[in-house]
Design a binder for this molecule. Structure first.
Ligand code: SAM
Length: 178
């Protein structure tokens, strides 16, 4: 199963930090990559830099056309989840999701176009209160991982230059390049 995030409505001046955190959260919770509508070289570079140093194969592509990305994904048989407070509750939707199918997860920044609500296979709410795309994505991916029986939170990342040794107190990181 390939899991990619489609981040839409990104405004470079305003959303850079949140979009970077959407990407880093997606990576840390086992997603394979993020597509970003609009261009943002800085966001792309900072996520790529984390992957270079901390390992794994997370990909990021900016300047993606929303319509093209969604249409291509559907044509290739992938399913689409749109995270929105207006959707059905995660607990009701999750049993319908096949963990072996490729999944695109759409999260918004500003107002999400009505088309997305129509194109999504599932509009899913992480509760029906407004909060954050980072929180919504983290909870959705964690629930999906539990369903799949995988736990990226305990996984070792391959080809990492930095290795973190967990400590009860303090910090220990080994830089394999030094
Ligand atoms: N005002 C925007 C709208 O009407 O679509 C939403 C802005 S919200 C800060 C940004 C994103 O966070 C949303 O597009 C959605 O993906 C996510 N989000 C916020 N609360 C959510 C919730 N309760 N459940 C699922 N996703 C949520």
């Amino acid at each position: 199963m390939t899991v990619i995030i489609l981040r839409i409505g990104h405004r470079p001046q305003r959303d850079a930090r949140v979009t970077t955190h959407v990407g880093l959260t997606a990576r840390a919770l086992g997603a394979d990559g993020m597509l970003l509508t609009g261009r943002d070289k800085d966001v792309k570079e900072s996520i790529e830099q984390v992957t270079r140093m901390w390992g794994g194969r997370f990909t990021i592509e900016d300047g993606v056309s929303l319509k093209e990305a969604v249409t291509r994904w559907k044509q290739n048989g992938g399913k689409i989840v749109h995270l929105t407070m207006y959707g059905i509750n995660i607990s009701d939707a999750l049993p319908e999701i096949n963990p072996n199918e490729n999944l695109m997860i759409i999260v918004g920044a500003e107002k999400v176009p009505p088309l997305i609500y129509q194109l999504a296979d599932w509009n899913i709410a992480i509760g029906n209160q407004p909060h954050s795309e980072i929180a919504a994505l983290a909870i959705f991916l964690d629930r999906l991982n539990q369903k799949k029986g995988t736990d990226p939170l305990t996984q070792e990342y391959f080809e990492s230059k930095l290795k973190l040794i967990p400590q009860l107190h303090g910090k220990k990181v080994i830089n394999e390049e030094e």
